[in-house]
Design a protein around this ligand. Structure first.
Ligand code: HEC
Length: 140
């Protein structure tokens, strides 16, 4: 029988959705058995995949020096979308780098939901672009 695989995949997808929408507290998660085991971690993480890339190193350094990490993680949505989600959504083109760098500097809302990203008026365009290049690098 090959019914099992789709079911497993479906569950994984559901878990992902539940996680993504969870946002606030974890009220009811304890009753299900799904909480203990995350998906099998055969693949290397995006951090490992790109850690030696100069774009990665430079962008991460700047991101660490700012407040990005309080709202963004590489592969998990917290307040803002994960960098991996952003990378999957936008091709790495000069236009997208410009556009997203402006969004980081000016803040904005509506592409991912109703939570706004605050403006970062202190960032230079160059720094914002280096950060965005790092984000867009993180494709699976
Ligand atoms: C207070 C939380 C918060 C901080 C701090 C923050 N972000 Fe965001 N970010 C968000 C939210 C929320 C969104 C989704 C906005 C939307 O729906 O358009 C977002 C979206 C983004 C996007 C995608 C924009 C788009 O239009 O698709 C990028 C790129 C990004 N952030 C990079 C950064 C970088 C780089 C920093 C650090 C300089 C940063 N963020 C700091 C909350 C934050």
């Amino acid at each position: 029988m090959k019914i099992r695989k789709p079911i497993t995949l479906g569950l994984a997808a559901l878990a992902g959705i539940a996680f993504a929408c969870g946002g606030g507290g974890e009220q009811q998660s304890s009753e299900s058995s799904a909480s203990s085991t995350p998906a099998p971690a055969k693949e290397i993480s995006l951090e490992e995949k790109y850690q030696d890339d100069p774009i990665y190193i430079k962008g991460l350094e700047k991101i660490k020096a700012s407040d990005c990490q309080s709202c963004h993680m590489v592969e998990r949505k917290i307040v803002g979308p994960s960098y991996a989600e952003v990378a999957a959504k936008y091709e790495t083109t000069d236009e997208n780098i410009d556009m997203l760098a402006q969004k980081v500097i000016n803040g904005g809302v509506g592409n991912w939901g109703e939570v706004p990203m605050p403006a970062h008026p202190g960032l230079s365009e160059e720094d914002a672009k280096d950060m965005v290049k790092y984000v867009l690098l993180l494709k699976k």
